[in-house]
Design a binder for this molecule. Structure first.
Ligand SMILES: Nc1ncnc2c1ncn2[C@@H]1O[C@H](COP(=O)(O)OP(=O)(O)OP(=O)(O)O)[C@@H](O)[C@H]1O
Length: 420
């Protein structure tokens, strides 16, 4: 009997001891894929493995047998693309060392249930550190976040709607300089000035109980630079862009409302071709599909519930006259600007930006470029008086494939063709 009692005491002692040891020596942290830290952490791990294999360190988790691949397409500055593979820790258990402490990483995927709206399986990563230092996790996560931010520095992130969530679309893109989008005099400055003033007045809005949001409508013919300008402006203010397609299948009033109310911070919501979405208040796509977003639902979503959250919406259209007055009333659209076809001055500036500058020695002398730019100015001016216009996108197309004299000649031919 005493042996039995002794064994029971011993067993309980062991259980108690191991629990106490686990409490004192192990710290655990759970991160699920709803949290932004989840992606950051996996990327951080992939980065660790990369540097470990380069320096031939032995504790790389890459020796583990459960790997996953994440494929992405990167666009280079010359327009070509390359496909990149990133090896990340797959579902299973992995070990690695961080600041001298061993860590266990357990990645689990829930295969039976999916996230309701996006259809992505739930995933969790549980990190267990063999250490009493509770500051290890915050340090690790901060490192992962900084790595992700460094990766995005100087880049523009585009997001699209995935169910009720915003997901990054492609890799971060190089920012486009604002000066590379040439607008008629004063237009770009007007929008830029307005948005900067808005961003400085958060408190002013809060004090008066006015919802802190601003809506912009850029309208004008195709290829005048509306989208390019919005992207360049976002880049210059270090904002991201969330592109919303109102004709998307499965988008309902509720989802739209949720998306607009939950756009990530520091981002513009961009809704292109709003006229196409709500022509005659019913939304129909080319193949006859009728979206379940209603016009009144859209207006409600634009108004949103009164909240202190900042919201900046940009809309574009080629046909402002088709828009319902309810959509463009102040409060929904606060600044309405026309972005037109090329004016003589815009054509000249674009020409000089393309061919001018010391680096463009192959394009003839600076003087010749100036003389040709002046001739282009005169040409566009004369044609404009006769009611013929050319878009900035068309000019860009001509400039990309020719040298300065050829570009001017092609431009003359283009106008001649417009006469017939
Ligand atoms: N004002 C401009 N300055 C410089 N480049 C321009 C300008 N307008 C158009 N472009 C060039 O033309 C192409 C198309 O421009 P963009 O898509 O921004 O036009 P858009 O007005 O948004 O057209 P759409 O109304 O058809 O959507 C881009 O590659 C852009 O570089």
């Amino acid at each position: 009997m005493s042996v039995g009692v002794g064994l029971t005491v011993l067993r309980q002692g062991l259980v108690f001891g191991s629990t106490a040891l686990r409490r004192r020596m192990l710290v655990s942290l759970e991160v699920n894929n709803k949290d932004r830290a989840y992606e950051w952490f996996l990327t951080w791990m992939a980065h660790q493995a990369n540097t470990a294999s380069k320096t031939r360190r032995t504790n790389s988790w890459l020796r583990s047998h459960e790997l996953s691949v994440e494929t992405s397409v990167e666009q280079r500055s010359n327009g070509s693309t390359s496909v990149l593979f990133k090896l990340v820790a797959g579902p299973g258990i992995h070990w690695f060392k961080y600041q001298g402490a061993w860590m266990q990483m357990k990645r689990e995927r829930e295969t039976r249930s999916m996230q309701l709206m996006s259809g992505v399986p739930w995933e969790t990563v549980t990190l267990t550190a063999l250490s009493r230092d509770r500051t290890l996790f915050p340090k690790l996560l901060a490192e992962a976040r900084d790595l992700a931010m460094r990766d995005q520095e100087g880049k523009l992130i585009i997001r699209t709607a995935w169910g009720i969530e915003w997901k990054q679309f492609g890799l971060p893109r190089r920012k486009r300089p604002l000066s590379s989008v040439v607008f008629a005099e004063g237009i770009a400055q007007k929008v830029e000035h307005d948005i900067k003033a808005f961003l400085q007045r958060r408190q002013w809005y809060a004090d008066r109980g006015i919802p802190y949001r601003r809506g912009y409508l850029l309208h004008g013919p195709p290829g005048s630079g509306k989208t390019s300008f919005i992207q360049a402006l976002a880049g210059s203010l270090s904002y991201d862009i969330c592109v919303l397609n109102l004709s998307e299948r499965g988008l309902t009033d509720d989802k739209l409302n949720h998306l607009l109310s939950n756009a990530p911070e520091r981002s513009f919501v961009l809704i292109e071709d709003v006229d196409a979405a709500f022509n005659k208040r019913v939304q129909t796509s080319e193949d006859g599909y009728q979206s379940s977003v209603t016009f009144s639902g859209f207006l409600n979503a634009l108004d949103g519930v009164a909240s202190g959250e900042e919201r900046i919406i940009f809309m574009t259209t080629n046909h402002v006259e088709r828009l319902d007055p309810a959509l463009i009333r102040p409060g929904r659209v606060d600044l309405n600007v026309l972005v037109d076809d090329a004016s003589p001055a815009q054509a000249k500036t674009l020409f000089t930006q393309f061919y001018g500058g010391e680096e463009n020695t192959t394009n003839g002398t600076e003087d010749e470029v100036t003389r040709l730019a002046e001739q282009l100015h005169t040409l566009v001016e004369r044609e404009m008086q006769d009611g013929r216009r050319i878009s900035m996108a068309a000019l860009q197309g001509l400039f990309i494939r020719s040298n300065p004299p050829e570009a001017l000649k092609s431009c003359q031919e283009l106008f001649i063709n417009k006469r017939t």
